[in-house]
Write a protein that binds this ligand. Sequence first.
Ligand SMILES: [Mg+2]
Length: 435
Amino acid sequence: MGSKLEVFAKKNGIKYFLINFSDLNGVQRSKLVPTPAIAEMEDEGAGFAGFATFLDMTPSYPDMFCLPDPNSVIQLPWKKEVAWVPGNLSMNDKFVDQAPRVILSKMIQKAKEAGYVMMGGVEPEFMLISNDGESISDAKDIAGKPCYDQQALMRRYDVISEICDNMISLGWGTYQNDHEDANGQFEMNWDYSDLMTTADRHSFFKFMVKSIAEKHDLRATFMPKPFGHLTGNGCHMHISLWNSKVSKNLFHDEKGELGLSSLGYNFLGGLIKNAIGMCAITNPTVNSYKRLNAPVTNSGATWSPNTVTYGGNNRTHMVRIPGPGRIEFRLADGAANPYLMAAAILASGMDGIENKVDPGKRLDIDMYNESEKAKNAKKLPLYLIDAIREFQRNKPLRSYLGEEFYHAYLKIKNIEWNDYSRSLTQWEKDFTLDC
Ligand SMILES: [Mg+2]
């Protein structure tokens, strides 16, 4: 017998483990640990200096340890002697309450105590671009309406099929791949799972897509709006809530409107109520706000919401009810930290359930062309700083996600905004140098 990871290493020929965590900005950090040292690391964690990452810590802080979760280990399909294992951060023998995976673990536990297990499936869109980041990588991919473009998809067959083969080998239940609505943009779908499995896979997916793209001398980006005239990279989440045995989908009610139960409508009410406060998490960068509220793109639609509304099977709203028993939350983008995004969505939904929040009336209108009909619809924030201020005011998220996270996140995001707002842009020079 050995430790769980030692056994995994022996069975799968693993020589090294990446002990991984995501910081508050979603940057993935790891230590590469040789297998002979893994048992001790599994027990005590891999050491990091927290200040060196995007966490609210100073250089004087003691060692921070990442305790790998052996239940979430993944062998890299493209480098089989290495395994990736996400972990929870601890310091002074206590979990770090501002660490995204810790926050999600605790949020899942809170929902479980109330009798619920959230299931989620994500759709992280990405673009394959040139190595210098200046243009999309396929010079022939210029169609005005490139969604589902067969020719452009097949020109990237080697990359897409390699990623898909990897997902098949990992048993994720992958079922389709396509060219999305922007030139150079793709989406790959796999089965939904419990929230932690989905967050871990979402995190690993980003690592895998970037790695396979690099192997093919390309660059993959999940940046929300890398090109102003093209549709941005969203990250929609399909949501359902199950009983604690995960034997019954509590969102499903044949008699409910569009097959959604009253519990489902309360969860949806929570998303509507907290959407604006959640944006700093689901749309966490300066660039995120160039995807939301964007002018019409080359393809004819942005496919991103600009107001807090919901509809039936209608993609012009922030929340879509695509069929009985589930909802699709279309707000988040490719920059969202997979753990924080999942935790914020669950927290918002739980607030809706706890307070029996009514989501209001469904809007059966085209929000892109008839938005004037939705007179009372709240607008999503225009800039990151507005989103930060809304998060600062949001009590349910503060209470569910915890004080340490609340203060740490505000600090990190305010630094980011200040850094951005103090930098001079070319646009300012172009339009005001001679004023
Ligand atoms: Mg999509």
